[in-house]
Design a protein around this ligand. Structure first.
Ligand code: IPD
Ligand code: CA
Ligand code: CA
Ligand code: CA
Length: 255
């Protein structure tokens, strides 16, 4: 968490300076000098203190990780780069630490809001100094669900008609543009569920640990466990709502 606070202040300082913005896989896939610098900052610190740990980072300065043996850090230096570039808010640093494939520490630091969501598996989850409660049961009609427009536009994974009754049946939908923040909000009870079509391990590694620590469930859209070394569709929520939606709405869908 000290490293995340430190990286947060480096990011805030960068608002005064000129950003270098490049594109990656397509014109909407942005990366800045700060994404790369913050990843390097974490990697340098981890390598210095834990030379035997593996590091999987979005911007590629880490290791070529192809197994979850030993201790693996999964890092997204800035989750919500588009928000970082356009809004200078609503982005987060996301760090998940796994040991032999089991989540141990999850940290999601929403930099501009100075909200530190963190969990140590088995010892509770917190927002800053406040313990997060176990997630309570909620009915679909009273639920607030995060989902972005790719369920209609880029959804080749499943038939959108399966999602329409969920969107129709819940109380409201939201889209924040940072998977890590959306997962942290589920853990904090600000959202009841989060549905998205495709994420990489660094997007959800920390959020998974937080959500499981408050008794929630996270899986693919067809209910199978997440692959921490590949891309997955994501469905996270309080366990009863997750179970209800999976059984009554999403069964037989591909993930
Ligand atoms: C992105 C954000 C976004 C999600 C994208 C991710 P990035 O991460 O989490 O909310 O919809 O799929 O790639 O690229 O800003 O780290
Ligand atoms: Ca990115
Ligand atoms: Ca991300
Ligand atoms: Ca990122």
């Amino acid at each position: 968490m000290d490293w995340a606070y430190q990286a947060g202040s480096i990011i805030r300082e960068s608002f005064k300076k000129q950003l270098t913005i490049e594109t990656k896989s397509n014109a909407d896939d942005l990366v800045t000098n700060m994404d790369k610098d913050v990843e390097r900052y974490f990697i340098d610190n981890i390598r210095k203190h834990h030379p035997d740990h593996q590091i999987l980072g979005e911007e590629g300065s880490g290791d070529d990780v192809n197994s979850l043996e030993g201790t693996v850090w999964i890092i997204d230096p800035i989750d919500g780069t588009m928000n970082f570039v356009h809004q200078q808010t609503n982005f987060a640093i996301s760090i998940g630490v796994y040991h032999e494939g089991v989540g141990k520490v999850g940290i999601i630091y929403s930099v501009v809001n100075d909200e530190m969501f963190h969990a140590i598996a088995g010892s509770g989850a917190f927002l800053n100094d406040y313990p997060l409660s176990k997630l309570s049961e909620v009915e679909l009609e009273k639920s607030l669900i995060a989902i972005n427009a790719t369920w209609i536009t880029k959804n080749k994974l499943m038939n959108p008609s399966k999602l329409i009754p969920i969107v129709d049946g819940c109380r409201g939908t939201r889209s924040y543009g940072s998977a890590a923040i959306e997962l942290a909000f589920v853990a904090a009870g600000r959202l009841d569920a989060y549905i998205t079509m495709r994420l990489s391990p660094w997007d959800f590694a920390a959020g998974k640990i937080l959500i499981e620590e408050v008794g929630g469930t996270i899986s693919t859209l067809d209910g199978t466990p997440l692959n921490l070394l590949g891309q997955n569709s994501i469905f996270a929520g309080s366990t009863s709502l997750h179970h209800h939606i999976l059984k009554d709405y999403l069964h037989d869908s591909k993930s």
